[in-house]
Design a protein. Structure first.
Length: 104
């Protein structure tokens, strides 16, 4: 039995998002800082080339993506809004319901 299951059976609440997600977020931020060449860790040497270029490359790629998104939102706002429809499952009236039950 896992710790979370034991807590739930004992009536305790599940671990908070802060205890689970914040260490992962902090690790990702520290990793990006390390790859960008910032002195995040004293006990780790600076990355050598080509690894040292990774942080800057990711930052430039993300900035370019945001710029493209802003241009597309300005020129074709309706198309950007329509992309949400791709991810929405619209059930068809002829399909059986997807509820996990066995269909005979």
């Amino acid at each position: 039995m896992s710790g979370e299951t034991a807590r739930k059976s004992a009536g305790q609440t599940a671990p908070s998002l802060r205890r689970e997600a914040m260490p992962a977020v902090a690790a990702v931020i520290a990793l990006f800082g390390y790859l960008a060449g910032l002195p995040v860790f004293d006990f780790v040497s600076e990355p050598l080339a080509p690894v040292s270029y990774a942080g800057s490359l990711v930052e430039v790629w993300m900035a370019a993506g945001v710029c493209v998104l802003l241009v597309l939102m300005r020129r074709h706002a309706g198309r950007i809004a329509e992309t949400a429809r791709v991810h929405i499952d619209e059930p068809s009236p002829t399909d059986p319901p997807q509820n996990g039950a066995v269909q005979l």
